[in-house]
Design a protein around this ligand. Structure first.
Ligand code: S3P
Length: 179
């Protein structure tokens, strides 16, 4: 199974607010890789915001769009792929990413996540009467999926730069191993 993997991309998975976008952009810049974000791809393709898709069509419709976007990513190489926080819950998505990418999971505590996302309004799942409880609940439910990554990095105790360095180091090591 492992032999069938081509490690030509890096995929960042993890909960909202763990640093996927900032780390992803920095890693891409340093490796001279392209950068893509699954939420941005969905928004461009549908010409709608994530909030709007959730509101008018519901979460299931969003997840279907997410899976279609992930499948299309298999054609890429030399890309850092930042993914939406709920994407790895669908096992097809994780399996698909693993075929062509080193999958790195970024991890933070619910408290740190709340600190990072509390002033942002673009995440429909946090439009909840008790967003902190929602974060704890979703994070606990998703932990087993995030742990299926090739590499796990706690982003709470490290600077963005240190996290990016770790990602690059792991990619170089594991890409050499799979060559
Ligand atoms: C979601 C996370 C968001 C976005 C959507 C759903 C989730 O992405 O895909 O709002 O289920 O956790 P970020 O993790 O980039 O915020």
């Amino acid at each position: 199974m492992d032999n069938a993997r081509r490690l030509v991309n890096i995929a960042l998975i993890g909960f909202m607010g763990t640093g996927k976008t900032t780390v992803g952009r920095l890693v891409a810049e340093q490796l001279r890789f392209g950068y893509v974000d699954t939420d941005e791809l969905i928004q461009t393709q549908t010409d709608r915001s994530i909030n709007d898709i959730f509101k008018t069509e519901g979460e299931a419709a969003f997840r279907a769009l997410e899976q279609a976007v992930v499948e299309a990513l298999a054609l890429r190489s030399g890309s850092v792929i930042a993914t939406g926080g709920g994407l790895p819950v669908n096992p097809n998505n994780l399996a698909s990413l693993k075929r062509h990418a080193l999958v790195v999971s970024l991890w933070s505590s619910p408290e740190k996540i709340w600190e990072r996302v509390r002033h942002q309004g673009h995440r429909p799942l946090l439009h909840d009467p008790d967003p902190q409880a929602k974060i704890r609940e979703l994070l606990a439910a998703r932990e087993p999926f995030y742990k299926q990554a090739d590499v796990l990095i706690n982003t709470e105790l490290r600077s963005i730069r240190e996290v990016a360095q770790q990602v690059i180091l792991q990619f170089r090591l594991q890409a050499a191993h799979h060559r």
